[in-house]
Structures are given as C-alpha cells and as structure tokens.
Design a protein around this ligand. Structure first.
Ligand SMILES: C[S@@+](CC[C@H](N)C(=O)[O-])C[C@H]1O[C@@H](n2cnc3c(N)ncnc32)[C@H](O)[C@@H]1O
Length: 419
C-alpha cells in the first residue's frame, strides 16, 4: 500500500492517512512517499512497516548505528540533525496547541554542537541464554526482548570501552535474566561508577576484583539497599558553578553540555535576586544550588531520600547556606508551605505534575513559575490547568537534551496574569 507522510508524531514516527484512518510509520519522514504494510490494525489507528521508499525526503540520512532499525533507543538517526530539530519543535507546538489549546510561539530548539556521545549514563540489560553465552544489550523497540549490543553512539567512547570489558566478563559473571548494569561517568574528572542490580546469589571475590579493575567504583543495589563494593560511594560531577556528589540511584541530567545550557537559560529568564524560590523535584539540588547564588533563599523538595542527603551535603561543600532541602512528596510538602514564595521551579518526571500540586502552586501564587519538562504531552496538560488558574506562558523553549531519540526537554516561563 502506498501513502504520503504528512507529519511526525511525538515518538518521531511518520503519520499518514489511509482511507481516513491514521497510520503510524516508524522511520518515515514528512514529505516522503512510501510503500507500507499494516502490522497492527486497530479501530482508530493502524501501525505499519515501511517496506519501500518511493520518494525520499531531502533530509533523509543513512543511520550510522547498525542496530538502529531494531533498537528502541534512537528515533531520528534516519534524519539530518537540522530536520530532527525542526520536527521536535513541531512536536512541542502540536502538543501545546492540541492538548493545552494555547496558540503560542514555540522557540527553535536549542541544539547541541555535536549530537553524539553525550550520555553520561547507560543501563545495559542482561540475560542468561541457556547453553550460549549470556548477553548484554538494550530492549528492542516497544518490547522487553533483549537486543545484543556492544557499542552505542549516544554514550562516550570511554563508556563504550568499559562496556566491552564488562561484556568480556559475562561468562564469569553469569548474570541473571532481568539483571542490569548501569555505568555513570563524571563530566568533571571522567571517573566512573558501575551499579549492578538484580544479583542471583553473592558473586565470588574474583568477580568483584575484575569489576573493580574496570570502574573507579562498584556498587550493588539490592532491594533499594546499596552495597558499596569498592571505590568512592558518590560520583563527583559539576553543573553550572556547583560541584555535586551523586548517590548511585540519584537523578542527574544525562547530557552535561545541554544541562549547562538549561541552567544558563533558567538564570537568564528570571531575576532571582532578593527572591524566595521553591525548587520542586530538586534531586541533588542541581537547579536549586545554582539559583541560590542569586536568590535570597531557596527551598528544595525531593522524594528520593539519598538525593536529598546529597543536596544537603552538596550545599555545605559549596558553602551555600541560604537553602533548605525538604524530603517528601511535592504534592504534600508544597501544600503545607505557608511562607511567601516569589518563584516556583518545577522539574517533574515524565508523568508531569499532579493536579493537587498545581493547585498548591496556584494557592502560593508566585509571580513566576519555571516549568522544566521532559514530556511535551504532560507539559501541555499541566499548562492547561495552570492557564485555568491564572498563569500564562511567556516563553516556551525546547532544548535538545536527548539528540537522535524522540525525547525533548522544554523550559517554560509562566507568569501570573493578575496581581
Ligand atoms: C526530572 S528529575 C529532576 C531533578 C533535578 N531538578 C535535576 O535537574 O537534577 C525529577 C526528580 O523528582 C523526584 N520525584 C519524583 N516524583 C516526586 C514527587 N512526587 N515528589 C518529590 N520528588 C519527586 C525524582 O526522584 C527526581 O529526582
């Protein structure tokens, strides 16, 4: 069946219309004419496989990664980077118009100078395969099926080398199916941390010796408990003007170069001097501590306890004393805040903010809200509610935090409509 690709969806898939039905075609670009076969036919939409490219987009590229068409990680390797940025801007704009019903300007996406090898963290899934050697890789597109991979163009060459060494140890390690090894690399001194989850029994001492020779520190996480095998218990990194010690499970932006851009952007959007700022979903304090140098006072809220401990010690190490870090769920903690707040920064996970949190923010009634989102759909949903409560977006700035994948970060500055 032949069709024309009209646009892109939020997962970077081409969207066509066949006999009135919407059809999603992975790896197809707007303007292309393609031959497809339907692979999944539902009542309201269908999914298809691209079998032949009849008219190619001028932005089409041959993917560099040999695993691209099977791996669930990247979504834009078949497009030139300039086109990826145009399409991501459109995805953000579509979500805000369709879900939030706000017709507004979305700024061009802040691009990365070199959109490869940017990730400072990678999680390899592992499986035991009976008589054959155990394997390590990523999950296939939209499945939990493991695709063996030994090199990824999104992580640094150092992490690719460490991965090769871990892979060589798999016959000795004999990992359980479902276990995973995460590698994290510091952008400050390039030290590394290896985190192993899902052990099957406690490994022999020689396995620890081998892993400790690969990574500067080795940690096992079992049932939410960290066992520190060797090396420092925290990875030391830097963002903006502040150094951060990171617990093995604590969130830290994966793209250091673009995270620096994001911090610079937030600092340029609002004049924080003399203001009290609430940083909801503060993690180890990466935004809060960078703002604290300008603001009068910053309150951070975070539910992951090790991250809040990191945030407190990061503040002390940096000599920053005008911050307070509160452990708890934002939905509950923010509802109890009874002091005046001038600016709220929200940086929630992909699920966005719960309704009660947005209502609590509106009750606090700050003049400005900075919303950092990694999911345009939940961002748009939340902007709609903020709109009903009297906030309107002044600037919507996407940042390409995850080049070659369909993910896009967006920073929105909102202001209160009435005083
Ligand atoms: C996207 S990260 C942002 C972290 C931080 N702002 C940064 O840039 O490093 C979201 C953070 O929110 C935390 N979190 C998730 N749900 C939460 C909730 N309901 N209340 C408080 N923190 C939450 C996570 O543990 C994570 O650290």
């Amino acid at each position: 069946m032949r069709c024309s690709i009209e646009r892109i969806n939020h997962q970077g898939e081409g969207v066509a219309r066949v006999g009135g039905k919407v059809v999603f075609v992975p790896q197809a670009l707007p303007g292309e004419v393609v031959e497809i076969v339907i692979t999944d036919n539902r009542a309201r939409f269908a999914r298809a496989q691209l079998v032949q490219l009849l008219e190619a987009s001028p932005y089409r590229l041959t993917p560099l990664c040999p695993h691209y068409y099977e791996c669930g990680g990247c979504a834009y390797q078949h497009a030139k980077y300039e086109e990826e940025l145009v399409l991501k801007r459109q995805v953000v704009k579509d979500a805000i118009q369709r879900i939030a019903k706000i017709a507004t300007v979305v700024e061009p996406v802040l691009s990365m100078p070199e959109p490869w090898h940017y990730r400072n963290k990678v999680t390899w899934h592992m499986a035991a395969t009976g008589k054959q050697e155990p394997v390590l890789g990523f999950f296939r597109e939209a499945s939990r099926q493991l695709l063996p991979i030994s090199h990824c163009r999104l992580i640094s060459e150092k992490m690719n080398c460490l991965t090769a060494r871990v892979k060589a140890l798999l016959p000795l390690i004999q990992p359980a199916t479902g276990s995973e090894i995460t590698l994290r690399e510091s952008s400050l001194d390039h030290s590394t941390m290896l985190i192993w989850k899902g052990l099957q029994g406690w490994p022999a001492p020689e396995i620890w010796a081998e892993l400790s020779a690969i990574s500067d520190s080795v940690v096992v996480i079992e049932k939410n408990t960290c066992h520190y095998i060797s090396g420092p218990q925290r990875l030391l990194d830097k963002l903006g003007q502040v150094k951060f010690a990171l617990s093995p499970g604590a969130f830290f932006q994966v793209n250091h170069c673009q995270a620096e851009e994001m911090i610079r952007l937030i600092l340029s959007l609002v004049d924080f001097s003399g203001k009290t700022v609430l940083d909801a979903f503060c993690g180890v304090g990466s935004i809060a501590l960078n703002l604290a140098r300008q603001a009068e006072r910053v309150i951070g809220v975070e539910s992951y306890e090790p991250a809040i401990h990191d945030a407190r010690s990061n503040a002390i190490e940096a000599g920053i004393y005008n911050v307070e870090f509160i452990h708890g769920f934002c939905e509950r903690v923010v509802a109890r805040i009874d002091e005046p707040i001038d600016v709220i920064v929200l940086d929630p996970p992909r699920s966005g903010c719960k309704k009660e949190l947005i209502q609590a923010c509106s009750r606090i009634s700050p003049r400005e809200i900075v919303y950092v989102s990694c999911n345009p759909a939940t961002l748009a949903r939340d902007l709609a509610l903020f709109g009903q409560l009297g906030y309107r977006p002044l600037l919507i700035q996407p940042i390409d935090m995850f080049p070659r994948t369909y993910h896009v970060e967006t920073v929105v500055l909102m202001s209160r409509v009435k005083d």
